[in-house]
Ligand binder design. Structure first.
Ligand SMILES: *Cc1c(COP(=O)(O)O)cnc(C)c1O
Length: 397
């Protein structure tokens, strides 16, 4: 079926909650995606940080297919090896004690909020349930995670929103400290605010937040849904911040393209989450876990060193492009700010015309290439970006 028909059918029958690019993707290999008429795209979006090993990595596809032929689902009333293998690998890699598996980032964050409130309830009783999040954060689209998201634009239409959330500006420890009262149970943050414009938090602020949490016995929830699983050049971004969270959430890159979310907790939090406290029908699905196990197996120290090296290469190249005023982010999670008069959305559209797929976040261009991106792919992307930006005049938009 040709692109035009696919797009027309989608527009007729799929709820219009997304602003899609006007292209159809049919197959992919590594960093390349192909359209039905033979279009070839260099993909620096990786499905918004999901396809960590690129499209259709052979080992990943075979592990997923082998598991699908063996046993596709059991429910959580039974044990399966892929689930326990993944849980062990995640705990070993992160130093956390236990994992809960769900299906998405928002669901992982819901689980994290529940686990933090349960700890607080068990220890301090009712009424200590407020979660403080940061202004400009993004934590998901369910009602609780929308409420947790510190952007007024998301707090419309769907009310009433949940009680028990408060917001502090990133980097401002005084305001955050003043917000903490007898009702506070947790502080939740992204170390690099992804949807908020690829903004990395100040390491000093993060350490101050950890100290504040220690002092008041608050759970520190770190949302690594986008930053986790090697995206920033270490398995968790927490490692670069020398941070020990009480709860970490993962999702996007974990399954290599299959839906999975994980809530990782320390001993203190794990103790409260006994049978019946939480659940998910699909959580820990063996096919999905088989895919995630391949991703984890691949992300050894050498692989992560290559992510850091390629991140540095991409950042250095972006900084040299015309009309660029700032490059933000960590590892292979980068944001590009342009001079006034250059719109990231226009750059995105012009790149797409030339066969390069990129993202935006707020006013910035956002790049999330698959973690297997090579030096050659990066050079190619930089050449296209240079051509696009050379053709743009901020004075005559
Ligand atoms: C994408 C994202 C989410 C939401 O994940 P979904 O899988 O879309 O529910 C939550 N937090 C962060 C930091 C994200 O980037």
């Amino acid at each position: 079926m040709d692109s035009e028909k696919v797009i027309a059918r989608d527009n007729n029958y799929v709820l219009h909650t997304y602003n899609r690019n006007p292209i159809v993707l049919e197959k992919g290999h590594g960093v390349h995606a192909y359209g039905p008429e033979g279009q070839n795209y260099l993909d620096f979006t990786s499905g918004i940080g999901v396809n960590s090993l690129g499209y259709c990595d052979l080992e990943w596809a075979e592990a997923v297919s082998r598991q699908a032929h063996k046993l596709q689902h059991t429910s959580n009333l039974y044990y399966t090896a892929p689930c326990s293998k993944l849980a062990k690998a995640l705990c070993r890699r992160t130093g956390m004690s236990k994992v809960f598996f769900g299906n998405s980032g928002a669901e992982a964050n819901e689980g994290a909020i529940k686990a933090a409130r349960k700890y607080s309830h068990d220890r301090y009783g009712d009424g200590r349930s407020t979660v403080i999040t940061l202004v400009n954060s993004f934590h998901g689209r369910t009602l609780a995670t929308l409420t947790a998201t510190g952007q007024a634009g998301f707090h419309q239409y769907f009310g009433p929103f949940n009680e028990g959330f408060a917001y502090a500006p990133a980097g401002d420890i005084d305001t955050l400290t003043k917000l903490v009262d007898e009702h506070t149970c947790a502080i939740m943050l992204e170390l690099v605010q992804g949807e908020g414009g690829v903004v990395a938090l100040d390491p000093l602020f993060v350490q101050e937040v950890r100290s504040l949490c220690d002092e008041k016995d608050l759970c520190l929830i770190v949302d690594e849904v986008q930053t986790g699983v090697g995206r920033t050049g270490t398995f968790l971004a927490c490692e670069q911040y020398n941070l020990r969270p009480d709860i970490v959430t993962l999702a996007k890159g974990l399954g290599g393209g299959l839906p999975i979310g994980a809530v990782l907790v320390n001993d203190k939090i794990a103790a409260g989450m006994g049978p019946g406290t939480h659940g998910s029908t699909f959580g820990g699905n063996p096919v999905v876990c088989a895919g995630a196990n391949v991703v984890l197996g691949r992300l050894d120290e050498r692989f992560l060193a290559a992510v850091r090296e390629h991140g540095a290469q991409l950042r250095a190249g972006l900084e040299k492009l015309p009309h660029v005023t700032e490059v933000s982010g960590l590892g292979l999670m980068l944001g590009v700010q342009f001079e006034d008069g250059i719109q990231a959305a226009d750059v995105l559209a012009a790149c797409r015309e030339r066969g390069l797929l990129v993202l935006t976040a707020k006013t910035r261009l956002r790049l999330l290439p698959p973690l297997v991106v090579t030096a050659h792919d990066i050079e190619r992307a930089l050449v296209i970006l240079d051509e696009v930006l050379c053709g743009m005049d901020p004075l005559r938009p």
